[in-house]
Write a protein that binds this ligand. Structure first.
Ligand code: HEM
Length: 126
């Protein structure tokens, strides 16, 4: 599992249904500035800020109770938080897998900071 994760170019983060991080790829380490060893076992909330950080456990609970997908299979651009507190714009895609009675959620994440800057420069040039 760990070596597969390390070969993925985008950051990949796996959580359980309580939001606890169970896997964190090498690209995710580079993106967030946490090592897998320090972040595994902590809640994925620590990678976000503000209202999302406060409500993320509830977002997962809502999904488990209603089955209503807000990001799974759709994707979303969100604001994420690095270990040093820096906020950045990130593309978030989430997949799900049911293992026995339990769910695992797998996220692919990509830093959009450079893309955003390029878009701004393009706009200024027009
Ligand atoms: C739902 C934010 C990372 C798993 C959500 C929602 C938001 C959100 C806004 C939906 C709220 C709604 O519209 O009701 C964020 C932010 C992240 C982040 C800002 C930045 C780090 C992750 C990661 C995972 C994850 C890394 C999994 C590995 C989920 C799940 C749901 C959810 C399972 C519920 C299912 C769904 O809405 O489709 N999150 N999230 N999130 N998130 Fe996150």
């Amino acid at each position: 599992m760990a070596s597969i994760l390390d070969s993925v170019p985008d950051g990949m983060i796996v959580i359980d249904e309580t939001g606890k991080i169970v896997a964190f790829s090498r690209a995710a380490e580079a993106l967030f500035g946490y090592t897998a060893a320090e972040i595994i076992g902590r809640n994925v909330r620590e990678l976000m800020a503000g209202r999302d950080e406060s409500n993320h456990d509830q977002y997962i609970q809502n999904y488990l109770q209603t089955g209503e997908r807000r990001i799974i299979g759709i994707g979303r651009v969100v604001t994420a938080r690095k270990a040093d507190g820096t906020l950045f714009t990130m593309d978030l895609k989430i997949g799900e897998a049911k293992i026995g009675e339990h769910w695992l959620f797998t996220a692919f994440v990509r830093d959009l900071t450079e893309q955003r800057k390029a878009e701004m420069r393009m706009r200024e040039m027009q």
